[in-house]
Design a protein around this ligand. Structure first.
Ligand code: BES
Ligand code: ZN
Length: 642
């Protein structure tokens, strides 16, 4: 979790937040850039080393006698440059800048503008750090200890496997070959196009993979080990395999079912086909993250992919479905269209963390998965983001050491929550239209957060960039204070916003404002939004027509808005019948309960008000038990049944 030393006041300014104590950092020069990486790797699974050969087709933009690339923990043996139709020029020096994870190759004469081939022979270690090209330990069914060689490159560790331009915006195609023991499985992003014995050692095979589409280095992957697999075909013609430890193929069947359902869902939702001929999902014994969306070869921690049909519980199945849904969403959102820089990582992860639920809800409607979203991601994000040491979703990132710090609950859970609010504000039809045009416009390229807002703005005619910048560029969220009055057949609501702070009420000075999409429902039809407004000022008055005096009015149906609500005493009491007769839907009761808990603990200092809140909480359930049982109980019951 990122710790900030910046004061609250500074964080409220509407500009991208900068991480404290930044190390100096400059991006790679673009005078020489890659077009195609021809990469051959030969791992030694006994000595834990690897040999590599890179033949990269590069373009020289500006005559230079230096090439600067990323490189870490790799020893370059030889390097040369062959200009197209010219003589090979050997590099005379390799100057490693270890702190910056870069190497500068120096040439005796200037490389002229045009194309050429950069050839580098190098060696490295199959490390035990679970990043770059690393070794993963496993036991054979007979109990013998062996090692697989696997990769984890996001965010900035491709440079530990081969010298490269390891920035998301420097895309190129890849022709990958692996030299492996002939009894091992060798996988990479693409399908195998050739497999032949190694000319010098007949215990080895040279496996050649098809050329990838243009892609970022952090999405490249290879795996060499012993695995079984189950295979299926999605309705849109993609070959799907789930690789498991040997003898456990049965445990890959559930993930295969999820993947085969998920690919057509995204194909249809985005209206853009999955661009590769195959996708492999593989369980890796030693894995640092939960899963990684390498294009065409998604790697998983075993618990995020394998389901024992006899012993796994339903929450394990739900987790596998969500993780598969998340990583497959990245195949479009992240892989096909990639963030221009790590500053936009929140969008990548926040988006996937939202759409994984949309996908699972579509493929497995009986899971009632959105209730899990509210109890897991949404309430967690509200709790964390109410702290003084939270940070805005959008963070300016520079040095690689800063990138890992932003893979946190604010990027994931708040990111997902504000995308969910945005989707609800726009409506599914226009949201899909905007997504389609974004993916089409930026496919095989890079994009920034604002590019998505532009496309959604075009599709919806709503001020998306203006609304969203209040949620992504400032930390925290508002508490919406509501009071009501009946005037004839109309209900008049007085609504205001102020920053919600866990440490106590905001002092009011320089209080930030949000552009808050607000939905309202009534007891007449609790599942249906009666009115939508955009609160773009500190306070406003709203008239809801045709609401009889005996009907309750509730803000935020579906618990979609990223804010807390403080009802007047009268409004809160009026909700009691809807709570008691369960006409108030489970996610609404859950949201209300969570808001009341946070108010009870932090904001309500009046005894009378506390008693009132406790009465309502008591009606929802026994307050001391509710946190523990709610997630489970709500996931078990369908709407409106206790
Ligand atoms: N891209 C991430 C994996 C990642 C995380 C790489 C951190 C490098 C550093 C992947 O898409 C992801 O988000 N994985 C999640 C699981 C997901 C279901 C939330 C993870 O690993 O926790
Ligand atoms: Zn992700």
């Amino acid at each position: 979790m990122l710790l900030s030393t910046t004061t609250n006041k500074e964080c409220h300014k509407q500009k991208a937040y900068t991480m404290p104590e930044r190390r100096p950092f400059v991006r790679l020069p673009t005078d020489v850039y890659p077009v195609n990486y021809g990469l051959c790797l030969k791992p030694d699974l006994i000595d834990f080393t690897f040999e590599g050969k890179l033949e990269a087709i590069v373009k020289v933009n500006l005559a230079t006698n230096q090439i600067v690339m990323n490189c870490a923990d790799i020893d370059i043996i030889t390097a040369s440059f062959v200009p197209e139709g010219g003589e090979e020029i050997n590099a005379t020096g390799f100057n490693y800048q270890n702190e910056d994870e870069k190497v500068t190759l120096s040439f005796p004469s200037a490389l002229q503008k045009g194309s050429g081939t950069l050839k580098i022979d190098f060696v490295g270690e199959l490390n035990d750090k679970m990043k770059g090209f690393y070794r993963s330990k496993y036991a054979t069914p007979a109990g013998e200890i062996r090692y697989a060689a696997v990769t984890q490159f996001e965010a900035t560790d491709a440079r530990r496997a081969f010298p490269c331009w390891d920035e998301p915006a420097i895309k190129a195609t890849f022709d990958i070959s692996l030299i492996v023991p002939k009894d091992r499985v060798a996988l990479s992003n693409m399908n195998v196009i050739d497999r032949k014995p190694h000319p010098e050692d007949d215990s080895l095979l040279e496996v050649k993979f098809a050329t990838t589409p243009i892609m970022s280095t952090y999405l490249v992957a290879f795996v060499i080990g012993e695995y079984d697999f189950v295979e299926g075909q999605s309705s849109d013609g993609v070959t799907v395999r789930v690789y498991t430890p040997t003898g456990k193929a049965e445990q890959g069947k559930f993930a295969l079912e999820v993947a085969v359902k998920t690919l057509p869902f995204y194909n249809d939702y985005f209206n853009v086909p999955y661009p590769l001929p195959k996708i492999d999902l593989i369980a890796i014994a030693d894995f640092a993250a939960g899963a990684m969306e390498n294009w065409g070869l998604v790697t998983y921690r075993e618990t995020a992919l394998l389901i024992d049909p006899k012993n796994s519980c339903s929450s394990s199945r739900q987790w596998v479905a969500l993780v598969v849904g998340h990583e497959l969403a990245h195949q479009w959102f992240g892989n096909l269209v990639t963030m221009e820089w790590w500053t936009h990582l929140w969008l990548n992860e926040g988006f996937a963390s939202w759409i994984e639920y949309l996908c699972v809800d579509h493929c497995f409607p009986d899971y009632d998965i959105w209730t899990q979203f509210v109890s897991a991601d949404y309430t967690r994000a509200l709790d964390l983001d109410a702290l003084d040491n939270s940070h805005p979703i959008e963070v300016n990132v520079g040095h690689p050491s800063e990138v890992d710090e932003i893979f946190d609950a604010i990027s994931y859970s708040k990111g997902a929550s504000v995308i969910r609010m945005l989707h609800n504000y726009i409506g599914d039809e226009d949201f899909r239209k905007g997504m389609h045009s974004y993916l089409l416009k930026f496919q095989h390229k890079n994009a920034a957060t604002e590019d998505l807002w532009d496309c959604l703005e075009q599709a919806s005619g709503k001020p998306i960039a203006l609304v969203m910048s209040t949620w992504t560029k400032q930390m925290g969220f508002p508490i919406i204070v509501v009071d009501q009055e009946q005037q004839g057949d109309d209900r008049i609501l007085k609504i205001s916003q102020k920053k919600f702070c866990a440490s106590g009420p905001h002092n009011g000075e320089d209080c930030p404002n949000w552009m808050v999409p607000i939905s309202i429902c009534t007891g007449e039809d609790p599942g249906c939004t009666k009115l939508k407004v955009l609160l773009d000022s500190p306070e406003t008055t709203i008239t809801i027509n045709n609401v009889s005096p005996d009907q309750w009015v509730k803000i935020n149906p579906g618990t979609v808005g990223f804010y807390r609500i403080q009802y007047s005493s009268g409004m809160l009491e009026s909700l009691l019948p809807g709570i008691r007769d369960l006409t108030l839907l489970p996610v609404d009761r859950l949201g209300l309960q969570n808001d009341l808990f946070s108010l009870l603990h932090k904001q309500a200092d009046m005894q009378e008000e506390k008693n009132r809140i406790e009465r309502v909480l008591g009606a929802i359930s026994a307050p001391d038990l509710i946190q523990k049982v709610l997630t489970f109980a709500l996931s078990q019951c369908t709407h409106n049944t206790p």
